[in-house]
Write a protein that binds this ligand. Structure first.
Ligand code: EPU
Length: 451
Protein backbone atom coordinates (compact mmCIF):
# COMPACT_ATOMS: atom_id res chain seq x y z
CA UNK A 1 0.00 0.00 0.00
CA UNK A 2 1.55 3.33 -0.97
CA UNK A 3 -0.22 6.35 0.35
CA UNK A 4 0.21 9.92 1.48
CA UNK A 5 -2.94 9.97 3.55
CA UNK A 6 -3.03 10.41 7.29
CA UNK A 7 -6.32 8.91 8.52
CA UNK A 8 -6.67 5.16 8.66
CA UNK A 9 -10.05 3.47 8.70
CA UNK A 10 -9.66 0.24 10.65
CA UNK A 11 -12.32 -2.47 10.68
CA UNK A 12 -11.06 -4.39 13.69
CA UNK A 13 -11.97 -7.58 15.48
CA UNK A 14 -9.91 -9.85 13.21
CA UNK A 15 -6.83 -11.70 14.46
CA UNK A 16 -3.65 -10.49 12.75
CA UNK A 17 -1.94 -13.46 11.13
CA UNK A 18 1.07 -13.82 8.87
CA UNK A 19 4.63 -12.63 8.55
CA UNK A 20 6.30 -9.23 8.48
CA UNK A 21 9.92 -8.07 8.51
CA UNK A 22 11.49 -5.67 10.98
CA UNK A 23 14.62 -3.84 9.88
CA UNK A 24 17.22 -1.65 11.59
CA UNK A 25 16.49 0.07 14.90
CA UNK A 26 15.33 3.69 14.57
CA UNK A 27 17.12 4.56 17.80
CA UNK A 28 20.41 3.17 16.54
CA UNK A 29 20.36 4.07 12.84
CA UNK A 30 19.86 7.77 13.52
CA UNK A 31 22.89 7.82 15.87
CA UNK A 32 25.07 5.74 13.51
CA UNK A 33 24.28 8.34 10.84
CA UNK A 34 25.38 11.16 13.16
CA UNK A 35 28.62 9.22 13.88
CA UNK A 36 29.58 9.47 10.18
CA UNK A 37 30.32 13.18 10.83
CA UNK A 38 33.32 12.07 12.88
CA UNK A 39 34.97 10.24 9.97
CA UNK A 40 37.31 12.66 8.22
CA UNK A 41 38.69 9.92 5.95
CA UNK A 42 36.91 7.36 3.78
CA UNK A 43 33.20 6.64 3.47
CA UNK A 44 30.70 5.10 5.88
CA UNK A 45 28.19 2.50 4.77
CA UNK A 46 25.21 1.55 6.89
CA UNK A 47 22.99 -1.41 5.96
CA UNK A 48 19.57 -2.59 7.18
CA UNK A 49 18.33 1.02 7.28
CA UNK A 50 14.54 1.30 7.70
CA UNK A 51 12.47 3.65 5.50
CA UNK A 52 11.09 5.83 8.26
CA UNK A 53 10.67 9.57 8.56
CA UNK A 54 13.26 10.02 11.36
CA UNK A 55 15.96 8.55 9.11
CA UNK A 56 14.93 11.03 6.41
CA UNK A 57 15.35 13.90 8.87
CA UNK A 58 18.88 12.86 9.86
CA UNK A 59 19.81 12.27 6.22
CA UNK A 60 18.73 15.82 5.34
CA UNK A 61 20.52 17.19 8.43
CA UNK A 62 23.74 15.49 7.30
CA UNK A 63 23.37 17.00 3.83
CA UNK A 64 22.88 20.45 5.36
CA UNK A 65 26.25 19.94 7.07
CA UNK A 66 28.05 19.12 3.83
CA UNK A 67 27.97 15.32 4.04
CA UNK A 68 27.18 13.55 0.77
CA UNK A 69 24.62 10.80 1.24
CA UNK A 70 23.63 8.19 -1.33
CA UNK A 71 21.20 5.32 -0.96
CA UNK A 72 20.80 2.10 -2.93
CA UNK A 73 17.65 1.45 -4.91
CA UNK A 74 15.77 -0.26 -2.11
CA UNK A 75 16.91 2.51 0.28
CA UNK A 76 18.15 0.11 2.94
CA UNK A 77 21.85 0.84 2.43
CA UNK A 78 23.20 4.37 2.89
CA UNK A 79 26.68 5.59 2.06
CA UNK A 80 28.02 8.79 3.57
CA UNK A 81 31.11 10.82 2.82
CA UNK A 82 31.96 13.34 5.57
CA UNK A 83 35.38 14.48 4.39
CA UNK A 84 34.06 18.03 4.10
CA UNK A 85 31.82 19.24 6.90
CA UNK A 86 30.27 22.72 7.03
CA UNK A 87 27.93 24.53 9.40
CA UNK A 88 24.32 24.29 8.26
CA UNK A 89 21.92 27.24 7.88
CA UNK A 90 20.35 27.57 11.33
CA UNK A 91 16.90 28.32 9.85
CA UNK A 92 16.99 25.21 7.71
CA UNK A 93 18.23 23.05 10.60
CA UNK A 94 15.41 24.38 12.76
CA UNK A 95 12.82 23.66 10.10
CA UNK A 96 14.01 20.09 9.73
CA UNK A 97 14.56 19.42 13.39
CA UNK A 98 11.04 20.36 14.42
CA UNK A 99 10.13 16.68 14.31
CA UNK A 100 13.20 15.17 15.92
CA UNK A 101 15.51 15.26 18.95
CA UNK A 102 18.53 13.96 17.05
CA UNK A 103 20.15 17.40 16.36
CA UNK A 104 21.40 17.58 19.95
CA UNK A 105 23.73 14.68 19.09
CA UNK A 106 25.39 16.70 16.32
CA UNK A 107 27.14 18.82 18.99
CA UNK A 108 30.25 16.74 19.73
CA UNK A 109 31.05 15.82 16.10
CA UNK A 110 30.53 19.43 14.91
CA UNK A 111 32.63 20.83 17.76
CA UNK A 112 35.47 18.53 16.72
CA UNK A 113 35.13 19.16 12.99
CA UNK A 114 34.26 22.88 13.01
CA UNK A 115 34.82 24.25 16.50
CA UNK A 116 31.19 25.33 16.82
CA UNK A 117 27.66 23.95 16.55
CA UNK A 118 24.18 25.47 16.30
CA UNK A 119 21.35 23.41 17.73
CA UNK A 120 17.73 24.45 17.27
CA UNK A 121 15.08 23.99 19.96
CA UNK A 122 14.14 20.32 19.93
CA UNK A 123 11.03 18.31 18.98
CA UNK A 124 10.27 14.66 19.62
CA UNK A 125 7.34 12.85 21.22
CA UNK A 126 5.39 14.66 23.94
CA UNK A 127 5.89 12.10 26.66
CA UNK A 128 7.32 14.30 29.38
CA UNK A 129 9.43 17.41 29.70
CA UNK A 130 12.40 15.77 27.97
CA UNK A 131 15.01 18.33 29.06
CA UNK A 132 18.57 18.44 27.67
CA UNK A 133 20.34 19.62 30.83
CA UNK A 134 22.45 16.44 31.11
CA UNK A 135 23.65 16.92 27.52
CA UNK A 136 24.75 20.49 28.15
CA UNK A 137 26.28 19.55 31.52
CA UNK A 138 28.42 16.88 29.83
CA UNK A 139 29.45 19.18 26.95
CA UNK A 140 30.54 21.84 29.45
CA UNK A 141 32.68 19.23 31.21
CA UNK A 142 34.50 18.64 27.91
CA UNK A 143 35.23 22.39 27.90
CA UNK A 144 32.48 23.58 25.53
CA UNK A 145 30.83 26.97 26.01
CA UNK A 146 27.08 27.20 25.53
CA UNK A 147 25.21 30.37 24.54
CA UNK A 148 21.44 30.61 24.30
CA UNK A 149 20.16 32.39 21.19
CA UNK A 150 16.63 33.08 19.94
CA UNK A 151 15.16 29.59 19.10
CA UNK A 152 18.59 27.95 19.12
CA UNK A 153 21.76 27.30 21.08
CA UNK A 154 25.34 28.08 19.98
CA UNK A 155 28.06 25.80 21.31
CA UNK A 156 31.75 26.60 21.04
CA UNK A 157 34.84 24.46 21.53
CA UNK A 158 37.83 26.13 23.25
CA UNK A 159 40.79 26.99 20.96
CA UNK A 160 42.81 24.07 22.30
CA UNK A 161 39.92 21.63 21.53
CA UNK A 162 37.70 19.52 23.79
CA UNK A 163 39.33 17.62 26.66
CA UNK A 164 38.35 14.25 28.16
CA UNK A 165 36.44 14.46 31.43
CA UNK A 166 35.14 12.44 34.37
CA UNK A 167 31.37 12.55 33.97
CA UNK A 168 28.80 11.05 36.32
CA UNK A 169 25.22 10.98 35.06
CA UNK A 170 22.38 11.61 37.49
CA UNK A 171 20.31 9.06 35.53
CA UNK A 172 21.47 6.57 32.85
CA UNK A 173 20.15 8.69 29.97
CA UNK A 174 20.41 7.06 26.55
CA UNK A 175 20.88 10.32 24.65
CA UNK A 176 23.42 11.74 27.07
CA UNK A 177 25.46 8.53 26.99
CA UNK A 178 25.50 8.80 23.19
CA UNK A 179 26.42 12.48 23.45
CA UNK A 180 29.40 11.61 25.65
CA UNK A 181 30.52 8.77 23.34
CA UNK A 182 30.28 10.90 20.19
CA UNK A 183 32.25 13.69 21.91
CA UNK A 184 34.82 11.71 23.91
CA UNK A 185 36.15 9.64 21.00
CA UNK A 186 38.04 12.65 19.57
CA UNK A 187 38.56 14.61 22.81
CA UNK A 188 42.09 14.85 24.16
CA UNK A 189 42.82 12.33 26.91
CA UNK A 190 40.57 9.91 28.74
CA UNK A 191 36.86 10.24 29.49
CA UNK A 192 35.24 8.19 32.20
CA UNK A 193 31.47 8.07 32.13
CA UNK A 194 29.68 6.58 35.11
CA UNK A 195 25.99 5.68 35.45
CA UNK A 196 25.93 5.27 31.67
CA UNK A 197 23.06 3.74 29.73
CA UNK A 198 23.99 0.39 28.19
CA UNK A 199 21.06 -0.24 25.82
CA UNK A 200 21.84 -2.63 22.92
CA UNK A 201 21.57 0.36 20.54
CA UNK A 202 24.37 2.05 22.52
CA UNK A 203 26.56 -1.05 22.37
CA UNK A 204 26.00 -1.14 18.59
CA UNK A 205 27.01 2.54 18.40
CA UNK A 206 30.18 1.67 20.33
CA UNK A 207 30.82 -1.09 17.75
CA UNK A 208 30.50 1.50 14.96
CA UNK A 209 32.87 3.90 16.74
CA UNK A 210 35.39 1.10 17.27
CA UNK A 211 35.28 0.35 13.52
CA UNK A 212 36.01 4.05 12.96
CA UNK A 213 39.15 3.83 15.10
CA UNK A 214 37.89 4.72 18.60
CA UNK A 215 39.04 3.11 21.84
CA UNK A 216 36.09 2.44 24.16
CA UNK A 217 35.85 0.06 27.10
CA UNK A 218 32.50 -0.87 28.59
CA UNK A 219 33.30 -1.78 32.18
CA UNK A 220 31.19 -3.22 34.98
CA UNK A 221 28.56 -1.16 36.84
CA UNK A 222 27.64 1.21 34.00
CA UNK A 223 31.13 2.68 33.61
CA UNK A 224 32.41 3.44 30.09
CA UNK A 225 35.99 4.54 29.53
CA UNK A 226 36.94 6.27 26.30
CA UNK A 227 40.53 7.05 25.26
CA UNK A 228 40.50 9.91 22.79
CA UNK A 229 42.22 9.39 19.41
CA UNK A 230 43.44 11.96 16.85
CA UNK A 231 41.18 11.06 13.95
CA UNK A 232 38.49 8.64 12.85
CA UNK A 233 37.61 7.12 9.48
CA UNK A 234 34.43 5.79 7.86
CA UNK A 235 32.79 2.48 8.81
CA UNK A 236 30.87 -0.39 7.28
CA UNK A 237 28.11 -1.70 9.53
CA UNK A 238 24.76 -3.48 9.56
CA UNK A 239 22.23 -2.16 12.06
CA UNK A 240 20.81 -4.32 14.82
CA UNK A 241 17.08 -4.86 14.43
CA UNK A 242 14.35 -2.69 15.90
CA UNK A 243 13.31 -4.35 19.17
CA UNK A 244 10.61 -1.74 19.80
CA UNK A 245 8.89 -2.43 16.51
CA UNK A 246 9.28 -6.20 16.98
CA UNK A 247 7.66 -6.04 20.42
CA UNK A 248 4.88 -3.81 19.08
CA UNK A 249 3.92 -6.50 16.55
CA UNK A 250 4.14 -9.12 19.31
CA UNK A 251 1.62 -7.11 21.34
CA UNK A 252 -0.58 -6.72 18.26
CA UNK A 253 -0.63 -10.52 17.90
CA UNK A 254 -1.64 -10.91 21.53
CA UNK A 255 -4.27 -8.16 21.60
CA UNK A 256 -6.02 -9.41 18.45
CA UNK A 257 -5.76 -13.12 19.28
CA UNK A 258 -3.42 -13.52 16.31
CA UNK A 259 -0.19 -15.16 15.22
CA UNK A 260 2.65 -13.10 13.71
CA UNK A 261 6.10 -14.19 12.62
CA UNK A 262 8.37 -11.17 13.01
CA UNK A 263 11.29 -11.79 10.70
CA UNK A 264 14.38 -10.01 12.01
CA UNK A 265 13.25 -9.94 15.68
CA UNK A 266 16.21 -10.57 17.94
CA UNK A 267 15.97 -12.54 21.18
CA UNK A 268 19.04 -11.16 22.95
CA UNK A 269 17.87 -7.55 22.91
CA UNK A 270 14.29 -8.53 23.83
CA UNK A 271 14.76 -10.82 26.81
CA UNK A 272 12.99 -8.58 29.32
CA UNK A 273 10.03 -8.24 26.95
CA UNK A 274 9.88 -11.98 26.26
CA UNK A 275 9.80 -12.76 30.00
CA UNK A 276 6.81 -10.48 30.56
CA UNK A 277 5.12 -11.75 27.39
CA UNK A 278 5.47 -15.33 28.64
CA UNK A 279 4.24 -14.46 32.15
CA UNK A 280 1.00 -13.02 30.80
CA UNK A 281 0.43 -16.18 28.77
CA UNK A 282 1.61 -15.06 25.32
CA UNK A 283 3.21 -17.71 23.11
CA UNK A 284 6.47 -17.24 21.24
CA UNK A 285 8.87 -19.43 19.28
CA UNK A 286 12.38 -18.21 18.63
CA UNK A 287 14.23 -19.25 15.48
CA UNK A 288 17.31 -17.83 13.85
CA UNK A 289 15.36 -15.69 11.35
CA UNK A 290 13.03 -14.12 13.89
CA UNK A 291 10.35 -14.69 16.51
CA UNK A 292 6.79 -15.99 16.12
CA UNK A 293 4.43 -14.30 18.59
CA UNK A 294 0.96 -15.77 19.12
CA UNK A 295 -2.07 -15.94 21.37
CA UNK A 296 -2.26 -19.58 22.46
CA UNK A 297 -6.00 -19.40 23.30
CA UNK A 298 -7.60 -19.23 26.74
CA UNK A 299 -7.24 -16.35 29.20
CA UNK A 300 -4.23 -14.07 29.34
CA UNK A 301 -2.93 -13.45 32.89
CA UNK A 302 -2.54 -10.10 34.63
CA UNK A 303 0.90 -8.96 35.77
CA UNK A 304 2.77 -6.27 37.76
CA UNK A 305 5.93 -4.84 36.21
CA UNK A 306 7.86 -1.63 35.86
CA UNK A 307 9.73 -0.02 33.00
CA UNK A 308 13.43 0.67 33.43
CA UNK A 309 16.68 1.32 31.62
CA UNK A 310 18.37 -1.70 30.01
CA UNK A 311 18.50 -4.53 30.98
CA UNK A 312 15.05 -3.74 32.37
CA UNK A 313 11.73 -3.61 30.53
CA UNK A 314 11.94 -0.73 28.01
CA UNK A 315 9.60 2.21 28.35
CA UNK A 316 8.86 1.99 24.61
CA UNK A 317 7.39 -1.50 25.06
CA UNK A 318 5.01 -0.27 27.75
CA UNK A 319 2.33 1.31 25.57
CA UNK A 320 1.67 -1.59 23.18
CA UNK A 321 1.77 -4.01 26.10
CA UNK A 322 -0.84 -2.00 28.01
CA UNK A 323 -3.21 -2.56 25.08
CA UNK A 324 -2.58 -6.32 25.29
CA UNK A 325 -3.16 -6.16 29.06
CA UNK A 326 -6.70 -4.82 28.48
CA UNK A 327 -7.33 -8.40 27.25
CA UNK A 328 -5.78 -10.10 30.32
CA UNK A 329 -7.89 -11.40 33.21
CA UNK A 330 -7.61 -9.41 36.44
CA UNK A 331 -5.69 -6.34 37.58
CA UNK A 332 -2.34 -5.53 36.00
CA UNK A 333 -0.05 -2.88 37.44
CA UNK A 334 2.47 -0.91 35.38
CA UNK A 335 4.98 1.46 36.99
CA UNK A 336 6.62 3.79 34.41
CA UNK A 337 9.99 4.92 35.78
CA UNK A 338 11.68 6.38 32.67
CA UNK A 339 9.25 9.14 31.60
CA UNK A 340 7.02 11.07 33.96
CA UNK A 341 4.14 11.44 31.52
CA UNK A 342 3.79 8.32 29.40
CA UNK A 343 0.22 7.31 30.20
CA UNK A 344 -1.56 10.10 28.27
CA UNK A 345 -2.40 7.56 25.58
CA UNK A 346 -4.61 5.59 28.02
CA UNK A 347 -7.41 8.18 27.74
CA UNK A 348 -8.26 6.95 24.23
CA UNK A 349 -8.22 3.36 25.51
CA UNK A 350 -10.66 4.35 28.30
CA UNK A 351 -12.86 5.96 25.64
CA UNK A 352 -12.82 2.57 23.89
CA UNK A 353 -14.08 0.90 27.06
CA UNK A 354 -10.80 -0.17 28.71
CA UNK A 355 -10.66 0.01 32.50
CA UNK A 356 -7.42 1.84 33.26
CA UNK A 357 -6.70 4.14 36.20
CA UNK A 358 -3.52 6.18 36.47
CA UNK A 359 -1.89 7.14 39.78
CA UNK A 360 0.86 9.43 40.95
CA UNK A 361 2.06 6.85 43.53
CA UNK A 362 4.91 4.50 42.68
CA UNK A 363 2.93 1.26 42.31
CA UNK A 364 6.09 -0.76 41.86
CA UNK A 365 8.59 -2.70 43.90
CA UNK A 366 10.72 0.42 44.35
CA UNK A 367 10.10 4.14 44.59
CA UNK A 368 11.22 6.09 41.52
CA UNK A 369 12.23 9.73 40.97
CA UNK A 370 8.65 10.67 39.97
CA UNK A 371 6.86 9.40 43.11
CA UNK A 372 7.13 12.52 45.21
CA UNK A 373 6.43 14.85 42.28
CA UNK A 374 2.78 14.17 41.56
CA UNK A 375 3.30 12.74 38.06
CA UNK A 376 0.67 10.17 37.07
CA UNK A 377 3.18 7.48 36.22
CA UNK A 378 1.57 4.25 37.47
CA UNK A 379 -1.38 2.50 35.85
CA UNK A 380 -3.80 -0.21 36.93
CA UNK A 381 -5.50 -2.07 34.09
CA UNK A 382 -8.50 -4.28 34.76
CA UNK A 383 -9.47 -6.78 32.08
CA UNK A 384 -10.46 -8.42 29.95
CA UNK A 385 -12.51 -5.80 28.10
CA UNK A 386 -13.99 -6.03 24.64
CA UNK A 387 -12.73 -2.75 23.17
CA UNK A 388 -15.21 -0.58 21.25
CA UNK A 389 -14.33 1.17 17.97
CA UNK A 390 -13.62 4.89 18.18
CA UNK A 391 -12.29 7.95 16.34
CA UNK A 392 -8.79 8.35 17.78
CA UNK A 393 -6.23 11.12 17.27
CA UNK A 394 -2.67 9.81 17.52
CA UNK A 395 -0.74 11.57 20.34
CA UNK A 396 2.84 10.35 19.78
CA UNK A 397 4.79 7.60 18.05
CA UNK A 398 4.46 4.69 20.48
CA UNK A 399 1.10 5.80 21.88
CA UNK A 400 -0.11 6.09 18.29
CA UNK A 401 0.90 2.57 17.34
CA UNK A 402 -0.78 1.34 20.52
CA UNK A 403 -3.99 3.08 19.50
CA UNK A 404 -3.74 1.34 16.17
CA UNK A 405 -3.44 -2.02 17.95
CA UNK A 406 -6.49 -1.14 20.07
CA UNK A 407 -8.47 -0.26 16.92
CA UNK A 408 -7.44 -3.59 15.36
CA UNK A 409 -8.62 -5.42 18.49
CA UNK A 410 -11.94 -3.51 18.70
CA UNK A 411 -14.95 -5.05 17.03
CA UNK A 412 -16.12 -2.56 14.36
CA UNK A 413 -14.91 0.49 12.48
CA UNK A 414 -12.43 2.96 14.04
CA UNK A 415 -10.78 5.99 12.52
CA UNK A 416 -7.17 6.59 13.53
CA UNK A 417 -6.17 10.15 12.71
CA UNK A 418 -2.66 11.58 12.44
CA UNK A 419 -1.05 8.28 11.55
CA UNK A 420 1.75 10.11 9.74
CA UNK A 421 3.28 10.41 13.24
CA UNK A 422 3.63 6.62 13.18
CA UNK A 423 5.73 6.86 9.99
CA UNK A 424 8.45 8.39 12.16
CA UNK A 425 9.32 4.97 13.51
CA UNK A 426 7.35 2.14 11.87
CA UNK A 427 8.38 1.28 8.33
CA UNK A 428 5.58 0.61 5.83
CA UNK A 429 3.15 -0.28 8.58
CA UNK A 430 0.18 0.01 6.21
CA UNK A 431 1.65 -2.69 3.96
CA UNK A 432 2.50 -4.80 6.96
CA UNK A 433 -1.06 -4.55 8.32
CA UNK A 434 -2.41 -5.66 4.95
CA UNK A 435 0.05 -8.55 4.87
CA UNK A 436 -1.34 -9.63 8.25
CA UNK A 437 -4.90 -9.61 6.93
CA UNK A 438 -6.03 -6.37 8.62
CA UNK A 439 -8.95 -4.55 7.03
CA UNK A 440 -7.53 -1.00 6.76
CA UNK A 441 -7.99 1.86 4.28
CA UNK A 442 -6.41 5.30 4.14
CA UNK A 443 -9.18 7.85 3.86
CA UNK A 444 -7.98 11.46 3.78
CA UNK A 445 -5.32 14.04 4.62
CA UNK A 446 -1.69 14.27 3.63
CA UNK A 447 1.45 13.10 5.33
CA UNK A 448 5.16 13.32 4.73
CA UNK A 449 6.17 9.69 5.01
CA UNK A 450 9.40 8.49 3.47
CA UNK A 451 13.06 8.02 4.06
N1 EPU B 1 16.60 13.37 30.88
C1 EPU B 1 16.85 14.52 31.59
N2 EPU B 1 17.78 15.40 31.10
C2 EPU B 1 18.46 15.16 29.94
C3 EPU B 1 18.21 13.97 29.23
C4 EPU B 1 17.26 13.09 29.72
O1 EPU B 1 16.23 14.76 32.62
O2 EPU B 1 19.29 16.00 29.55
C5 EPU B 1 15.56 12.44 31.37
C6 EPU B 1 14.37 12.37 30.40
O3 EPU B 1 13.47 13.42 30.61
C7 EPU B 1 13.79 11.00 30.70
C8 EPU B 1 15.04 10.18 31.08
O4 EPU B 1 16.07 11.10 31.38
O5 EPU B 1 12.94 11.08 31.82
C9 EPU B 1 15.50 9.24 29.99
O6 EPU B 1 15.75 9.96 28.80
P1 EPU B 1 16.85 9.47 27.76
O7 EPU B 1 17.87 10.54 27.62
O8 EPU B 1 17.31 8.11 28.15
O9 EPU B 1 15.97 9.36 26.44
P2 EPU B 1 16.31 9.91 24.99
O10 EPU B 1 17.72 9.65 24.64
O11 EPU B 1 15.75 11.27 24.82
C10 EPU B 1 15.86 7.64 23.77
C11 EPU B 1 14.94 7.19 22.69
C12 EPU B 1 13.52 7.10 23.24
C13 EPU B 1 13.53 6.12 24.40
C14 EPU B 1 14.54 6.54 25.47
C15 EPU B 1 14.67 5.54 26.60
C16 EPU B 1 15.93 8.08 20.70
C17 EPU B 1 15.87 9.05 19.57
N3 EPU B 1 14.97 8.15 21.59
O12 EPU B 1 15.40 8.94 24.14
O13 EPU B 1 12.73 6.56 22.20
O14 EPU B 1 12.25 6.07 24.98
O15 EPU B 1 15.83 6.71 24.86
O16 EPU B 1 15.04 4.29 26.12
O17 EPU B 1 16.83 7.24 20.77
C18 EPU B 1 10.84 6.37 20.81
O18 EPU B 1 11.55 5.71 20.04
O19 EPU B 1 9.61 6.50 20.66
C19 EPU B 1 11.47 7.06 21.96
C20 EPU B 1 10.84 7.99 22.67
Amino acid sequence: MTTTESVLKVRGGKPLKGEITVRGAKNFVSKALVATLLGSEGESTLSNVPRIRDVGVVKRMLKLHGVTVTTNESKDVMTMNAQKVVNGEIKEIAQLAGASRIPILFCGPLLHRLGEAYIPDLGGCKIGDRPIDYHFGALRQFGAEIEKMEGAVRILAPDEGLKGAKIALEYPSVGTTEQVLLTAVLAKGVTELSNAAVEPEIIDLIAVLQKMGAIINVQTDRVIKIEGVDSLKGYNHTSLSDRIEAASWGCAALATGGDIFVRGADQLSMMAFLNVFRKIGGGFDIVEEGIRFYHPGGDLKSIAFETDVHPGFMTDWQQPLVVALTQAKGHSIVHETVYENRFGFTQALRDMGAQIQVYSDCLGSSACRFGARNFRHSAVINGPTQLKPKHIVVPDLRGGFSHLIAALAADGESLVEGIDLIDRGYENFGDKLEALGADVTYVQGSSSAGA
